[in-house]
Design a protein around this ligand. Sequence first.
Ligand SMILES: Nc1ncnc2c1ncn2[C@@H]1O[C@H](COP(=O)(O)OP(=O)(O)OP(=O)(O)O)[C@@H](O)[C@H]1O
Ligand SMILES: [Mg+2]
Length: 286
Amino acid sequence: MSIIATDIPAATGGAGVPAAGPTRGLVEITKVRKSFGAVEVLKGITLTVEPGGVAVIVGPSGSGKSTLLRTINHLEKVDGGFIAIDGTLVGYEVRGSTLHELREKDVLKQRTEIGMVFQNFNLFPHLTALENVTEAPVVAPRSGKPRLSKAQARERGLELLDRVGLKDRAGAYPRQLSGGQQQRVAIARALALEPKILLFDEPTSALDPELVNEVLDVIRGLAKSGTTLIIVTHEMGFARDVADTVVFMDQGQIVEQGSPQDIFSNPREERTRSFFSKVIEPAFNI
Ligand SMILES: Nc1ncnc2c1ncn2[C@@H]1O[C@H](COP(=O)(O)OP(=O)(O)OP(=O)(O)O)[C@@H](O)[C@H]1O
Ligand SMILES: [Mg+2]
């Protein structure tokens, strides 16, 4: 497939980013469209997330949130528009005036720069927590980075497990861990490749309520660390707390976006107001 390459964003390469802030992880989503059969589920999505920014996407079921996340790491191909990370197109390359889809090998290479954490953890059941974390850097090191030795990978894996509070469970298998612990291992695994951006698709929705906070606390820590985060969640208190930008999606479109204050306390659009009146308890205020 080739697409006419009009409006392709100029390569930015992080140029112009203040030296003090993070310099990588700029996400530019431009006019992205995606259909499944006759149903258009993304109807021209345009969204920029600055390096180190935290964008939280909220919206009703079926509004296209997961599909949008999946287009960012090219798990879904787009039918129109494009996505660039640090000025490099995701899933395509420009040849002449057309876009050509990258070969699978190159897509996989790109994907190592984009971590994804799923609702259901997706850990390897036959590997320990530590092995789940070290598997990726040993098997598929990020492009341009040297392959780690087994001992180096182990040391790095323990560091990452420590970061999510699970160093003492390094030898445990997923079935021996609680849902919250499994999700924290999944986060450590996503961090192992030092991704430019991390995508979270409802990371706490499969968890018992008492385990939600331990996972949200880890994500709060990441939000302060300068990795660009894009998070789909139904946890509105968490969204208010952690987001730089809250994006409200409905029926394949971004209805409005803004600071948590803007979106939760002062939404401009009736659709946003009506959604929040259903999902937010009356006592919720900022
Ligand atoms: N692989 C697919 N094939 C066909 N339709 C799909 C596919 N994936 C998603 N859809 C449809 O696209 C629409 C958007 O789905 P998506 O999963 O992105 O919504 P969502 O906002 O993540 O919803 P939820 O909050 O329930 O997770 C839905 O109508 C869904 O049925
Ligand atoms: Mg979803």
